[in-house]
Design a protein around this ligand. Structure first.
Ligand SMILES: NC(=O)c1ccc[n+]([C@@H]2O[C@H](COP(=O)([O-])OP(=O)(O)OC[C@H]3O[C@@H](n4cnc5c(N)ncnc54)[C@H](O)[C@@H]3O)[C@@H](O)[C@H]2O)c1
Length: 442
């Protein structure tokens, strides 16, 4: 990072607009990350324009309708009604922006390599409108080096000078969807700027809405921090999943072990086993690091192993279902099965890469008769077939050969289900209080 940069006129102007909250913020990608971020910024007075390529999302925002559960419906409606937030699919609004925040997806491609095409295409759009006094912040999770090796060269082609005319930083989003205790406001924010002025302006921006800012020496450090955090989770979940496989063989309750270990007041942190990992982060982000590591002839063994163990979990659940049905004298083929919860975790409306969906697909492949119920996920598509969520209260629970609990949503009537079901495969220990011969845990 260049040290002791003089404050240029563009930085002074931008800092003034940020502190007066008159800066116009454009957020690109109004999804799970972008929409809550837009709301936080608009709530403190900034004017926020969201660029969203999905027309239905863009129209919903402009109608004041919310589609992300972490956002309050009323709050969004008010901010839209007062003109503080609007959405468009027209990139020319970038000309008006003082701050541009990129929140587009960063999936894996078919070969499980990083697909940063969304970041690249968005940056190319920004480059067309780049002018002195603008700051660009990348929030999408990505491999270390993306900001300086991919984004910066595209912006630099404009001929403007980084750290003097315009500013570029990486600041990862750490939001945990559905978590009411830790939200965008009180989760500390790591920020890495390409130059000292970039860090300064990005810190000035985020400190308007976030309680604690953690400045680091470069975008690379910030990028690595984010992938490390998610790798930490992936590895620890894999460890406890592996323990679950062993405990199953040894006739020990893994849940009891984890709870007992959690009483150690130091050096221990609880992770719980489950049917596998899902969502846009844990199954994806560690492989961004694996890919980057290959450029250094480095093999990320923990990541590969964790991926392998976690991917095995839906198959382990299938084994459990098969075995339990056999013991009840039933065959998996033709068995009537209800999946409870296809979201990738409790109380959220996201089914991306969800283990519940994978288990559903495996069961359908085995010719079981499968339906699902999830109050957060109205419908899902598997291959070319669509399935609608069934209303749990309308179902004859006693008629199912097996219920498989994949996401332990708070709304489910656990006690009643335990009483009325023939067989429950409980992948989340949600029926612990109602143990009986019909409840089979991991
Ligand atoms: N979901 C999470 O919990 C979470 C948490 C932390 C970090 N992240 C990271 O944040 C990034 C965004 O994730 P998300 O969950 O919000 O994804 P998302 O799919 O919910 O939202 C991304 C949005 O960007 C839009 N989009 C894609 N390309 C676009 C383009 N060229 N122009 C305008 N809009 C475009 C999509 O239509 C979508 O609405 C990813 O890198 C992800 O890894 C996600």
């Amino acid at each position: 990072m260049a040290l002791r940069e003089a404050p240029s006129p563009p930085i002074l102007a931008l800092e003034e607009k940020i502190s007066a909250r008159t800066a116009v913020i454009v957020v690109i990608g109004m999804g799970y990350v972008g929409l809550p971020l837009a709301v936080e910024k608009a709530k403190v007075g900034f004017t926020v324009i969201g660029i969203e390529q999905k027309v239905e999302r863009m129209e919903m925002i402009n109608a004041g309708q919310n589609y992300i559960s972490d956002v309050e419906d009323k709050e969004l409606a008010e901010l839209v009604a007062t003109g503080k937030i609007r959405a468009t699919d027209d990139y020319s609004v970038l000309a008006k922006a003082d701050v541009i925040i990129i929140c587009v997806p960063t999936p894996l491609d078919a070969a499980r390599d990083p697909d940063i095409s969304y970041i690249i295409s968005t940056t190319k759009e920004i480059a067309q409108y780049l002018r002195p006094g603008q700051m660009v912040v990348l929030e999408s999770t990505t491999f270390p080096g993306t900001t300086e090796e991919v984004v910066l060269p595209i912006l630099a082609a404009s001929g403007l000078e980084i750290g003097v005319d315009y500013f570029l930083a990486f600041s990862p989003e750490r939001v945990d969807p559905g978590n009411k205790r830790f939200t965008t406001k009180n989760i500390s924010k790591v920020v890495g700027g390409v130059t000292e002025n970039c860090l300064k302006t990005a810190t000035a921006l985020y400190s308007q809405t976030i309680m604690t800012i953690v400045p680091v020496s470069s975008p690379k450090v910030a990028e690595m921090t984010k992938v490390f955090e998610n790798t930490f989770r992936a590895v620890n979940i894999a460890l406890v999943n592996e323990l679950a496989l062993l405990c199953d063989k040894m006739g020990i309750s893994v849940w009891e072990v984890v709870d007992a270990a959690a009483t150690k007041p130091f050096g221990m942190m609880s992770f719980y086993p489950g049917p596998g990992v899902g969502g846009h982060c844990i199954p994806v982000d560690p492989f961004y690091l694996t890919w980057k590591a290959r450029q250094y002839d480095f093999h990320t063994r923990f990541i590969e192993l964790a991926g392998e163990v976690n991917l095995q979990m839906p198959l382990f659940v299938m084994e459990k279902i098969n075995k339990a049905l056999n013991q009840a004298g039933k065959c998996l083929r033709g068995a009537k099965i209800l999946i409870l919860g296809v979201a990738y975790k409790k109380d959220i409306d996201d089914a991306r890469m969800s283990p519940g969906l994978e288990i559903m697909e495996l069961l359908i492949g085995a010719q079981a008769k499968v339906i699902y119920s999830d109050p957060f996920i109205p419908s899902v598509t598997l291959g070319s077939d669509s399935y609608a969520s069934q209303i749990l209260e309308s179902l004859a629970i006693e008629s199912f050969d097996c219920i498989v609990l994949c996401a332990d949503h708070s709304a489910y009537p656990y006690e009643e289900l335990a009483k009325r079901s023939k067989l429950i495969i409980d992948t989340r220990n949600a029926f612990a209080a109602f143990a009986g011969p019909n409840i089979v845990g991991l």
